[in-house]
Design a binder for this molecule. Structure first.
Ligand SMILES: Nc1ncnc2c1ncn2[C@@H]1O[C@H](COP(=O)(O)OP(=O)(O)O)[C@@H](O)[C@H]1O
Ligand SMILES: [Mg+2]
Length: 260
């Protein structure tokens, strides 16, 4: 099902994953092209989150292959995936409420000055760097010294996304980035996603908002019951076609396994 023109940054090939008796992925295949926004849609329980967790090193697939940047990868932790250049923004934003914005941006990747026993965290450098990261993405937040607890949902999402972009990541994975946000804040996050593509990032975004997916993405993969049942260039599909693919209304048609 994947196209073969060499520009894929990510290829997922027949990946399967079960949890006890639950088959979450039953041989799912898709790909993401370098510099594009790739969307995954599908009903609740279709396997979308499990698929991206396999890509992001949270789960090891039971079967199948994941190829990232031309190399077969088998991440046994999110840290390994991150080191390879895959950053993930999760549905339940992994920010720490009681820490400041800059502390969250640098959580687990502190800048240190000096070596060995005399090294210490360079707080000023981290705060300054945080301001740069946010302003580069045109994110307006009063102060990087504010605690995350005080931010709105949209501001939190912006900080989480900024965190994912700040460390030379090649692929940014987002699970329902606007699910918890109002219309206006969703719009700002969408602008942020488009800005990241302009900067040359590749993005893999789960959404069940078809309008959003049609506005934002270059390529759409549809999942149903643990499989990827169709792939479309965004410019060549419609909301009606996506609904049909997601619900299986066109089940049995020869074209169901559509080409990218
Ligand atoms: N950690 C887990 N343990 C047990 N079952 C899980 C786990 N994660 C996902 N599942 C199950 O796998 C299936 C796919 O879930 P998920 O990937 O979260 O779907 P989606 O993100 O498309 O809603 C569901 O039936 C879900 O209940
Ligand atoms: Mg999910």
């Amino acid at each position: 099902m994947a196209t073969d023109d060499g520009s894929a940054i990510l290829q997922v090939e027949e990946v399967a994953k079960h949890f006890g008796n639950v088959v979450a992925l039953e041989g799912a295949s898709m790909e993401a092209k370098d510099g594009e926004i790739t969307a995954i849609v599908g009903d609740n329980g279709a396997g979308k989150s499990t698929l991206i967790k396999c890509v992001a090193g949270v789960h090891l697939p039971d079967r199948g292959r994941i190829v990232f940047g031309g190399e077969v990868v088998r991440f046994s932790s999110p840290e390994e995936a991150r080191r390879a250049g895959i950053e993930t923004v999760y549905q339940n934003l992994a920010l720490v409420d009681e820490l400041t914005i800059w502390q969250n941006l640098f959580l687990n990747r502190e800048i240190k000055r000096g070596v060995g026993p005399v090294s210490f965290l360079d707080r000023k450098a981290m705060a300054r760097r945080s301001e740069e990261m946010l302003s580069r993405l045109d994110i307006h937040i009063p102060s990087v010294h504010a605690r995350v607890r005080r931010l709105s949902g949209g501001q939190r999402q912006a900080v989480a996304i900024s965190r994912a972009t700040g460390w030379g990541s090649r692929l940014i994975v987002m699970d329902e980035p606007t699910a918890a946000l109002g219309v206006k804040e969703s719009g700002r996050v969408e602008e942020l996603i488009l800005r990241l593509r302009e900067e040359g990032h590749s993005l893999l975004v789960i959404s069940h908002n078809f309008d959003q997916v049609l506005r934002l993405s270059d390529q759409i993969w549809v999942m149903r019951q643990g499989r990827v049942v169709g792939g479309r260039r965004t410019s060549e599909t419609t909301g009606d076609e996506l609904v049909a693919l997601v619900t299986g209304a066109n089940r049995g048609e020869p074209d169901e396994e559509g080409e990218a």
